[in-house]
Design a protein around this ligand. Structure first.
Ligand SMILES: [Zn+2]
Length: 56
């Protein structure tokens, strides 16, 4: 089963979703609700790659 990306809380700066980082580390290093456009260039690239894979 394909992994579901929960983007409802936004994104982490490293290209994961906020929820993923929060699940793993207790909380994310970013404030909730960060959009892809707000991420550093590297994070944006990874986030978009993951979105493309998730929508396949
Ligand atoms: Zn984080």
């Amino acid at each position: 089963m394909a992994q579901q990306l929960d983007t409802s809380k936004g994104w982490c700066c490293d290209g994961r979703t906020w929820s993923e980082h929060a699940q793993e580390g207790g909380k994310c290093c970013q404030p909730q609700g960060k959009q892809i456009d707000d991420l550093p260039a590297d994070g944006q690239r990874k986030a978009r790659e993951r979105l493309a894979q998730a929508s396949r």
